[in-house]
Design a protein around this ligand. Sequence first.
Ligand code: ZN
Length: 324
Amino acid sequence: MEKKAFIGIDLGGTNMRAALVDTAGSIVEQIKISTEISQGAEPAAENLLEMCRRLMDRARSGQLKVEAVGMGVAGKIDPQEGIVVFSPNLPAMDNFPLGVKMEQALGIPVIMENDANVFGLGENWVGSAQDLSHWVGLTLGTGVGGALILNNRLWQGDNLGFSAEVGHLVVDPKGPRCTCGSDGCLESHSSGRALMEGVEAAVNKGKLVNGKLFDLWQREKLTAQDIYLCGKEGDPASLELFQRMGWALGIAISNIFMLLGIRHAIIGGGVSASWDLFIDPLMQTLRTTNKFLNAEQMVVRKSVLGDDAALLGAARLAWDFHRE
Ligand SMILES: [Zn+2]
């Protein structure tokens, strides 16, 4: 007898990945190709369909039957309508009925969610939060995404197309301008973009005038990872940025804990690789700002699934939909 399986897709601005996932939460097979969104939404959708068809063939050969497809997309999604409403990293997809088109072509349900929310579902299923029922997730990448899991379910609020937008909690109203238009959001302190803009600001203020960090910036070669590596070598400008990153995360997480009466946070995303440079100021800030919980009660964990969290969570999204 065929066993159930699901396809999880992680649609990012650079790469699109798809995986065949079984009900134990194991990736049976995965495919990764570059998104090439510049050619428009239709060719990108065609590539996604081709990946799904390959994985469905693979499933059949392994006595598995794909019941549904789940997809995590960076941006604002309308899950009910299957539309990518607005995606800064995938502008060609704006208002494109991606879910509807794929569903028609594949003949099985295709469910879409925001990429941070599928990260949450993945960690909750087989990752760092397997033993937790209530927790907040933060993804530190170019921006900061958030997911809220309450009673082991993804919190979706009033289905307004966003929820748990932790990155846009204001931590300092006098802080740097955020991409959302507001001032001092968490994202403008604790993301890859915030690190890059922090170096730029240090140069403009005359606080950074020489050294490796300055050289890389001047040659337009600087990446967020370089800023981390400079910090590891003791560069003060870099360390100050990670200090600020940890402080801002601490403020946001403390407020979330207070609001919801929860005490666990999980941090993932590419920039979480700089964990050792921000976790101390983060925990220090939690301790000084949250008087309702003592230090041992507040737990901040690192994602264990890395890039696979979104793939697994997208598959789990499909499975949850299939069961309902
Ligand atoms: Zn913002």
